[in-house]
Structures are given as C-alpha cells and as structure tokens.
Ligand binder design. Structure first.
Ligand code: AMP
Ligand code: TRP
Length: 332
C-alpha cells in the first residue's frame, strides 16, 4: 500500500486521451487510497522553447482540465511547480549524486534532443528535477504512463545514492502503472500518442465532438485480416481505447461482443470505430461539461495558490532535514 502519491504533468500542449487513460484517471482513483499531491510542472516545460506569455495561461488551463477530470482540491494538493521553488534547490543537491552516465541513457532525452536545434542542459538534467519533485514530498507511489518508468528507476537510484552518502532518509518511489499506460497515435499506431507529434496524432480530452469523430473514423487499421490472425497495431489500439472507455462507464458487454466478431472475421472496422467514438464521448462529455462550468467560476488561481501553500509546508520541512544531513548552510 502506498501512503503518499505524487505525480506531474507538463502544462504546455493539450491533455490527450493517452494522458487521461494512462495517468490522470489513476490520479483520480488514487485519491481514495492515499495522500495525493499533483503538480503542473512548468519548470520542466521551459526545457524547450515556450512562449512566456502563454506559459501561465497554459498552467491555469491545465489546472482546469485536471479539476474537470476529477482531481478534488479538498482531498489532494494541486499546485504549480515553480510556486514551490525548493524543488530546484533539491534538484541541485540530487545533481551531485546523479551520474552523467545514467542521465545519458535516458531515452526520453534522446528522443527530445533529436527534435531540438538547441539542446539545453535543462533538457538533460530534467529527470533530476523529476526525482526532486517526488522526493521532496517523500512520496512512495507515482502514477504515470509507461514512458516514465525509466525516469522513475533513476529517481530510485538517486534516493539510494543520497541515502548511502548522507544517511537513510528518502523512500524509493515506485511507479504505479496500470492498464492504458501506452495509448498509440490513431494516425500512426506504431508511435505513442503525444502532444508534440502534431494535431492528427492525438485526441484531446477537451476536443470538440465533431473533430474527435473525424479522427476516430480516420484511424489507421488494416485491409482486413485472415480469421485467426493477430490484431494489427491500429485495431489493437482502438480495442484498447474502447475497453478503457467501456470500463469507465461500466459497460461490460460491448468489448466481448466486438472481440467475438473479430475472432469470427465478421467485424466491420466502421462498427469498431463508431462504437469506440460513442463510448469515448460517454467518458469525455461529462468532463468537457465540468470544464466549461469550472472555467466560468474563475477561482483557479486562488485554488492553485492554496495548493502551493500546503505543498510548501511539506517541502520546506524536507529541505531543513536535507540541509542538515548534507551539512549545508549555517543553521543547525
Ligand atoms: P506529459 O504529457 O508528457 O507531461 O505526460 C503526462 C502523463 O501522461 C505521464 O504520466 C505520461 O506517462 C502519460 N502519458 C503520456 N503519453 C501517454 C500515452 N500515449 N499513453 C499513456 N500514457 C501517456
Ligand atoms: N516527466 C513527466 C512527463 O513528461 C512529468 C513529470 C515531472 C513528473 N515531474 C514528475 C511525473 C514527477 C511524475 C512525477 O510526463
């Protein structure tokens, strides 16, 4: 049983159904099981070029998305990373127990740096800040999609190195990875659904229904397989989304029905797509409606600041211990 959960999401770009099914849905359900702290990671967002005029708006907009998905500020702490700047202080200390070799092996760095003309040192040290985010709250569980598992391994390694050098203090945080941890692009089902690959590659949680219908209907499938053949990646991805959506709305019959039709070679992909679209909208419609109401209420900034005050209390207490353990500063 995990006691304290921490996770983060970048504010820039649109929240998509990969984020939702892979991570956010679990953030919401974990609220019933543990102490939860959720963070909009704007320091991480500036590792690549972002427009300063858009960053604050993006953070607030992401907060509204998260609240609409079911993050409850009465039960969880929700805040913006840079409102608790001690994360970066711990990052520096963690940088001194992180090996260059370990950082060089991070596949997300390799992928992201390939796409940048200017590769910042921040992009390289990104996973150290991620470890600081988690460990400054001494969290032991981290709900994420599959792409973050390698970063979590590094976080555990950093905790171990710190503990062996300065004394047992940090827990080793475990990733909480559940079903839906790797949703693929509908337009290219061999690559992960992502914010950065371009419009056609993701379905936004807040996207208008007509646009979602169009994207689901034009999802890449195959020309029809022989009976008994394994599913092609596109069909498997649609089934995955259908299954997750059905599960969310308590529909237990549809997936089995369509899978039988597939096994018998009778499934029309147009039916698979239409059903997936309908169930997906059953999940997204109420979220979109809540989002509209929350945006109208206009108190997201105060809510995030209250979250940051709660987070600061915990983070500051950790930093007092850490400075003492490491021998930093002048006060005891
Ligand atoms: P990001 O948008 O990169 O800040 O990711 C936020 C969360 O969503 C992280 O826990 C990711 O692992 C998760 N995530 C991102 N893309 C996907 C995807 N295609 N499928 C499942 N989970 C994802
Ligand atoms: N790196 C994560 C991502 O790209 C975001 C993140 C930052 C995060 N800090 C974190 C996730 C701490 C979990 C815990 O999705």
């Amino acid at each position: 049983m995990v006691k304290r959960v921490f996770s983060g999401i970048q504010p820039t770009g649109t929240m998509h159904i990969g984020n939702y099914f892979g991570a956010i849905r679990n953030w919401v359900s974990l609220q019933n099981e543990a102490d939860c702290i959720y963070c909009i990671v704007d320091y991480h967002a500036i590792t690549i070029d972002v427009d300063p005029k858009e960053l604050r708006t993006a953070s607030q907009s992401m907060a509204l998305d998260l609240l609409a998905c079911g993050i409850d500020p009465e039960r969880s702490i929700l805040f913006v990373q840079s409102d608790v700047p001690t994360h970066t202080e711990l990052e520096w200390i963690f940088g001194c127990v992180t090996s260059y070799g370990d950082l060089s092996r991070m596949t997300q760095f390799k992928d992201k740096s390939d796409k940048q003309e200017f590769v910042s040192a921040g992009l390289f040290t990104y996973p150290i800040l991620q470890a600081a985010d988690i460990l400054i709250y001494r969290a032991d569980g981290v709900p994420v999609g599959e792409d973050q598992v390698q970063h979590l391994e590094l976080s555990r390694r950093i905790a171990r190195r710190f503990n062996s050098r300065f004394g047992e203090y940090f827990p080793e945080p475990e990733p909480i990875v559940r079903k839906g941890a790797r949703i693929m692009s509908l337009a290219d089902p061999t690559s992960k659904m992502s914010k950065s690959a371009g419009e056609v590659h993701y379905v936004g949680v807040m996207e208008p229904e007509t646009s979602i219908r169009k994207k689901v209907r034009s999802a890449v499938t195959d020309v029809g397989l022989e009976v008994g053949a394994a599913m092609s990646p596109g069909v498997a991805n649609l089934f995955e989304i259908l299954e997750l959506a059905c599960e969310s709305v308590g529909d237990t019959a549809t997936v089995a029905e369509l899978k039988t039709e597939f096994a018998d070679g009778k499934l029309l992909y147009s039916r698979l797509k239409d059903t997936t679209f309908e169930r997906l909208m059953d999940v997204l419609r109420p979220i979109q409606e809540r989002r509209a109401k929350l945006a109208a209420s206009g108190n997201v900034v105060e809510l995030l600041q209250a979250g940051a005050r709660k987070a600061t209390k915990i983070a500051s207490a950790t930093m007092v211990d850490v400075r003492r353990l490491v021998g930093l500063g002048t006060s005891a």
